[in-house]
Design a binder for this molecule. Structure first.
Ligand SMILES: [Fe+2]
Length: 235
């Protein structure tokens, strides 16, 4: 079993699927790979009212098709001053209505203020799940130091499974493998955008198993994601 906490599964809301049928096809493919649920994560610049409505529409579509697949609230927030202000004011778009929020870092440039930002949010009882750190230049430059800053302030690190099989290039793959080998990831997710992405997902899951063994792979794709949607910290 597995639970996917980063996937673009809502149609016509961001750069994800273009139709209800594409959304359903992606979910069927996820289920064939052992996923029993997901937290669809539209980008943070999507309209929150529309995102909520689309999640309800997807739940209804699954029910009509007699597909048993659990869905949770989520957003892939971008790290901006506005996001920090919204989170501090209690207006954050949280994961499964918990204290966790999914956030992607800028892809380019160093982020010297990251520790200060996460510390400020952790003082408010909020925990960042950093999406695909391996794809940011900040982590590529010094993966272990960057990871320890995130963990020091209650943050978690989410591996994009595609990074393991070269979907995002050689630097992201090298950084992902180093972070994985060092035991720095807390969870792994698909970050699917379209049905064709499912072609590499099976290979990526096999690669994860081969690199860390089935027990750790299970922790990353199932055990920890399930704790997170319950609002519990990872073990
Ligand atoms: Fe994403």
């Amino acid at each position: 079993m597995a639970l996917d906490l980063h996937a673009h599964l809502l149609w016509n809301i961001d750069d994800g699927p273009a139709s209800e049928s594409e959304s359903i096809e992606m979910i069927r493919r996820l289920m064939a790979l052992g996923f029993t649920g997901a937290a669809p994560s539209p980008h943070g610049d999507s309209d929150p009212t529309l995102a909520r409505a689309r999640l309800d529409e997807l739940r209804a579509a699954l029910q009509r098709a007699d597909i048993d697949f659990e869905l949770f609230d989520n957003t892939e927030n971008a790290l901006t001053p506005e996001l920090v202000a919204d989170l501090c004011a209690g207006r954050g778009r949280m994961l499964a209505k918990t204290r966790f929020f999914l956030v992607e870092l800028p892809f380019h440039g160093p982020l010297p203020a990251l520790g200060n930002i996460l510390e400020r949010l952790s003082q408010k009882g909020l925990n960042a799940i950093v999406a695909h750190p391996e794809r940011s230049a900040h982590f590529a430059a010094s993966p272990f130091a960057a990871a320890s800053v995130v963990h020091r302030f209650g943050g978690l690190l989410q591996l994009d499974l595609g990074s393991l099989v070269g979907v995002y290039g050689t630097t992201a793959e090298r950084t992902a493998r180093a972070l994985l080998k060092g035991g720095h990831y807390d969870l792994a997710a698909s970050d699917l955008h379209r049905p064709s992405d499912c072609r590499w997902l099976a290979h990526a899951l096999d690669e994860l198993d081969a690199l860390v063994g089935p027990a750790t792979a299970r922790r990353l794709i199932d055990f920890t994601p399930r704790r997170i949607v319950r609002g519990d910290p990872p073990v």
